[in-house]
Design a protein around this ligand. Sequence first.
Ligand SMILES: CC(C)(COP(=O)(O)OP(=O)(O)OC[C@H]1O[C@@H](n2cnc3c(N)ncnc32)[C@H](O)[C@@H]1OP(=O)(O)O)[C@@H](O)C(=O)NCCC(=O)NCCS
Length: 174
Amino acid sequence: MNDPHVRLRDITLADADLLEAWDTPAIRGEFNDFGLPPSPAPREAMAKGPLRNDHNGQLIVELVADGTPIGTVGWHQVVNGPVESIAWNIGITLIPEARGHGYGTEAQRLLAAYLFETTGVNRVEASTDVANGAEQRSLEKAGFRREGIMRGAQFRAGAYHDLVLYSRLRDDPA
Ligand SMILES: CC(C)(COP(=O)(O)OP(=O)(O)OC[C@H]1O[C@@H](n2cnc3c(N)ncnc32)[C@H](O)[C@@H]1OP(=O)(O)O)[C@@H](O)C(=O)NCCC(=O)NCCS
Protein backbone atom coordinates (compact mmCIF):
# COMPACT_ATOMS: atom_id res chain seq x y z
CA MET A 1 0.00 0.00 0.00
CA ASN A 2 1.11 3.59 -0.63
CA ASP A 3 2.17 5.78 2.27
CA PRO A 4 -0.84 6.72 4.38
CA HIS A 5 -2.27 10.23 4.08
CA VAL A 6 -4.42 10.04 7.20
CA ARG A 7 -4.21 8.57 10.66
CA LEU A 8 -6.65 8.09 13.51
CA ARG A 9 -6.08 9.48 16.98
CA ASP A 10 -7.94 9.76 20.26
CA ILE A 11 -10.11 12.76 20.96
CA THR A 12 -8.95 14.99 23.81
CA LEU A 13 -10.49 17.90 25.65
CA ALA A 14 -8.55 20.23 23.33
CA ASP A 15 -10.84 19.04 20.49
CA ALA A 16 -14.06 20.19 22.20
CA ASP A 17 -14.42 23.50 20.31
CA LEU A 18 -13.64 21.80 17.01
CA LEU A 19 -16.25 19.08 17.52
CA GLU A 20 -18.83 21.74 18.33
CA ALA A 21 -17.87 23.78 15.25
CA TRP A 22 -18.31 20.64 13.12
CA ASP A 23 -21.76 19.94 14.54
CA THR A 24 -23.68 21.73 11.77
CA PRO A 25 -25.78 20.34 8.90
CA ALA A 26 -23.35 21.82 6.36
CA ILE A 27 -20.43 19.85 7.79
CA ARG A 28 -22.29 16.68 8.80
CA GLY A 29 -23.62 16.36 5.25
CA GLU A 30 -27.14 15.45 4.19
CA PHE A 31 -26.78 11.74 4.97
CA ASN A 32 -25.69 12.39 8.56
CA ASP A 33 -28.21 15.14 9.21
CA PHE A 34 -31.10 13.96 11.36
CA GLY A 35 -32.41 17.45 12.07
CA LEU A 36 -31.13 17.38 15.63
CA PRO A 37 -30.04 20.58 17.37
CA PRO A 38 -26.30 20.99 17.92
CA SER A 39 -25.12 19.15 21.03
CA PRO A 40 -22.32 20.35 23.31
CA ALA A 41 -19.14 18.28 23.24
CA PRO A 42 -19.01 15.87 26.22
CA ARG A 43 -16.28 17.87 27.96
CA GLU A 44 -16.45 15.97 31.24
CA ALA A 45 -15.92 12.62 29.52
CA MET A 46 -13.26 14.14 27.26
CA ALA A 47 -11.35 15.41 30.28
CA LYS A 48 -11.35 11.94 31.84
CA GLY A 49 -9.85 10.13 28.87
CA PRO A 50 -10.39 8.83 25.37
CA LEU A 51 -13.92 8.68 23.99
CA ARG A 52 -14.02 4.92 23.64
CA ASN A 53 -15.23 2.05 25.79
CA ASP A 54 -16.51 -1.51 25.42
CA HIS A 55 -19.67 -0.33 23.67
CA ASN A 56 -18.69 2.54 21.36
CA GLY A 57 -15.99 5.01 20.47
CA GLN A 58 -14.94 7.95 18.39
CA LEU A 59 -11.60 9.03 16.95
CA ILE A 60 -10.33 12.04 15.02
CA VAL A 61 -9.16 11.57 11.43
CA GLU A 62 -6.16 13.79 10.77
CA LEU A 63 -3.70 14.38 7.95
CA VAL A 64 -0.36 12.67 8.43
CA ALA A 65 1.43 15.55 6.70
CA ASP A 66 0.63 18.26 9.24
CA GLY A 67 -1.82 16.86 11.79
CA THR A 68 -4.79 18.86 10.46
CA PRO A 69 -8.00 17.29 11.79
CA ILE A 70 -10.39 16.53 8.91
CA GLY A 71 -13.22 14.58 10.52
CA THR A 72 -14.25 11.79 12.83
CA VAL A 73 -14.90 8.07 12.73
CA GLY A 74 -17.08 6.29 15.26
CA TRP A 75 -18.36 2.84 16.10
CA HIS A 76 -20.96 1.16 18.25
CA GLN A 77 -21.78 -2.36 19.27
CA VAL A 78 -24.24 -4.53 17.34
CA VAL A 79 -25.42 -7.57 19.29
CA ASN A 80 -26.39 -10.52 17.07
CA GLY A 81 -26.29 -13.21 19.77
CA PRO A 82 -23.91 -14.34 22.52
CA VAL A 83 -20.66 -12.49 23.15
CA GLU A 84 -18.91 -14.15 20.19
CA SER A 85 -21.55 -12.58 17.92
CA ILE A 86 -20.92 -8.98 18.88
CA ALA A 87 -19.98 -6.81 15.89
CA TRP A 88 -19.12 -3.14 15.36
CA ASN A 89 -21.10 -0.74 13.21
CA ILE A 90 -18.91 2.13 12.03
CA GLY A 91 -19.62 5.65 10.75
CA ILE A 92 -17.60 8.53 9.34
CA THR A 93 -17.86 12.24 8.63
CA LEU A 94 -15.17 14.24 6.85
CA ILE A 95 -15.34 18.02 6.56
CA PRO A 96 -16.40 19.04 3.03
CA GLU A 97 -12.97 20.26 1.89
CA ALA A 98 -11.40 16.92 2.83
CA ARG A 99 -13.78 14.81 0.75
CA GLY A 100 -12.94 13.23 -2.59
CA HIS A 101 -9.19 12.69 -1.95
CA GLY A 102 -9.33 9.07 -0.85
CA TYR A 103 -9.13 9.99 2.85
CA GLY A 104 -12.48 8.43 3.71
CA THR A 105 -11.36 5.15 2.19
CA GLU A 106 -8.09 5.21 4.14
CA ALA A 107 -9.80 6.16 7.39
CA GLN A 108 -12.37 3.38 7.16
CA ARG A 109 -9.68 0.83 6.29
CA LEU A 110 -7.65 2.02 9.29
CA LEU A 111 -10.68 1.88 11.57
CA ALA A 112 -11.52 -1.70 10.58
CA ALA A 113 -7.88 -2.71 11.17
CA TYR A 114 -7.86 -0.94 14.55
CA LEU A 115 -11.07 -2.66 15.68
CA PHE A 116 -9.90 -6.11 14.56
CA GLU A 117 -6.57 -5.53 16.29
CA THR A 118 -7.88 -4.20 19.60
CA THR A 119 -11.09 -6.22 20.02
CA GLY A 120 -12.15 -9.81 19.39
CA VAL A 121 -14.98 -9.18 16.92
CA ASN A 122 -15.38 -11.21 13.75
CA ARG A 123 -17.36 -8.55 11.92
CA VAL A 124 -17.25 -4.81 11.27
CA GLU A 125 -20.27 -3.45 9.43
CA ALA A 126 -21.38 -0.15 7.97
CA SER A 127 -24.61 1.01 6.44
CA THR A 128 -25.31 4.01 4.28
CA ASP A 129 -28.16 5.56 2.33
CA VAL A 130 -28.78 3.98 -1.08
CA ALA A 131 -28.21 7.47 -2.52
CA ASN A 132 -24.80 7.95 -0.85
CA GLY A 133 -22.63 6.89 -3.77
CA ALA A 134 -19.40 8.29 -2.30
CA GLU A 135 -19.71 6.28 0.91
CA GLN A 136 -20.66 3.08 -0.92
CA ARG A 137 -17.64 3.36 -3.21
CA SER A 138 -15.40 4.34 -0.31
CA LEU A 139 -16.46 1.29 1.72
CA GLU A 140 -15.88 -0.99 -1.26
CA LYS A 141 -12.40 0.46 -1.77
CA ALA A 142 -11.76 -0.09 1.96
CA GLY A 143 -12.44 -3.81 1.57
CA PHE A 144 -16.06 -3.91 2.72
CA ARG A 145 -18.48 -6.19 0.88
CA ARG A 146 -21.97 -5.16 -0.08
CA GLU A 147 -24.52 -7.45 1.58
CA GLY A 148 -27.91 -6.06 0.67
CA ILE A 149 -30.60 -3.48 1.25
CA MET A 150 -32.11 -2.69 4.64
CA ARG A 151 -35.53 -1.46 3.57
CA GLY A 152 -36.93 1.63 5.26
CA ALA A 153 -34.24 1.40 7.92
CA GLN A 154 -33.51 5.07 8.54
CA PHE A 155 -35.83 7.98 9.22
CA ARG A 156 -34.21 11.15 7.89
CA ALA A 157 -35.45 14.38 6.36
CA GLY A 158 -39.09 13.48 7.00
CA ALA A 159 -39.11 10.03 5.39
CA TYR A 160 -37.87 6.47 5.74
CA HIS A 161 -34.83 5.66 3.62
CA ASP A 162 -33.37 2.38 2.41
CA LEU A 163 -29.80 1.68 3.53
CA VAL A 164 -27.13 -0.51 1.93
CA LEU A 165 -25.38 -2.82 4.39
CA TYR A 166 -21.65 -3.56 4.05
CA SER A 167 -19.29 -5.64 6.14
CA ARG A 168 -15.74 -6.78 6.55
CA LEU A 169 -14.97 -10.03 8.35
CA ARG A 170 -11.75 -10.62 10.25
CA ASP A 171 -10.46 -13.01 7.57
CA ASP A 172 -11.50 -10.92 4.57
CA PRO A 173 -8.59 -9.57 2.55
CA ALA A 174 -7.66 -6.01 3.58
C1 LIG B 1 -18.61 9.51 2.52
C2 LIG B 1 -17.19 9.98 2.81
C3 LIG B 1 -16.74 9.47 4.16
C4 LIG B 1 -16.26 9.37 1.74
O1 LIG B 1 -14.96 9.81 1.98
P1 LIG B 1 -14.13 10.47 0.76
O2 LIG B 1 -12.77 10.73 1.24
O3 LIG B 1 -14.92 11.62 0.23
O4 LIG B 1 -14.17 9.27 -0.28
P2 LIG B 1 -12.97 8.72 -1.18
O5 LIG B 1 -12.34 9.88 -1.88
O6 LIG B 1 -12.11 7.85 -0.35
O7 LIG B 1 -13.76 7.79 -2.19
C5 LIG B 1 -14.95 8.22 -2.79
C6 LIG B 1 -15.21 7.39 -4.03
O8 LIG B 1 -16.58 7.56 -4.37
C7 LIG B 1 -16.68 8.06 -5.68
N1 LIG B 1 -17.87 8.91 -5.68
C8 LIG B 1 -17.99 10.16 -5.24
N2 LIG B 1 -19.26 10.56 -5.38
C9 LIG B 1 -19.94 9.52 -5.89
C10 LIG B 1 -21.31 9.32 -6.28
N3 LIG B 1 -22.21 10.26 -6.12
N4 LIG B 1 -21.66 8.11 -6.77
C11 LIG B 1 -20.73 7.12 -6.93
N5 LIG B 1 -19.43 7.26 -6.58
C12 LIG B 1 -19.05 8.45 -6.07
C13 LIG B 1 -15.38 8.79 -5.93
O9 LIG B 1 -15.13 8.94 -7.31
C14 LIG B 1 -14.41 7.84 -5.23
O10 LIG B 1 -14.19 6.67 -5.98
P3 LIG B 1 -12.89 6.48 -6.94
O11 LIG B 1 -11.69 6.65 -6.06
O12 LIG B 1 -13.04 5.11 -7.49
O13 LIG B 1 -12.96 7.57 -7.98
C15 LIG B 1 -17.07 11.53 2.77
O14 LIG B 1 -17.39 11.99 1.48
C16 LIG B 1 -17.98 12.22 3.79
O15 LIG B 1 -17.59 12.42 4.93
N6 LIG B 1 -19.22 12.57 3.36
C17 LIG B 1 -20.19 13.23 4.24
C18 LIG B 1 -20.64 12.37 5.41
C19 LIG B 1 -21.17 11.02 4.97
O16 LIG B 1 -21.90 10.89 4.00
N7 LIG B 1 -20.78 10.00 5.76
C20 LIG B 1 -21.25 8.66 5.58
C21 LIG B 1 -22.63 8.57 6.13
S1 LIG B 1 -23.16 6.90 6.28
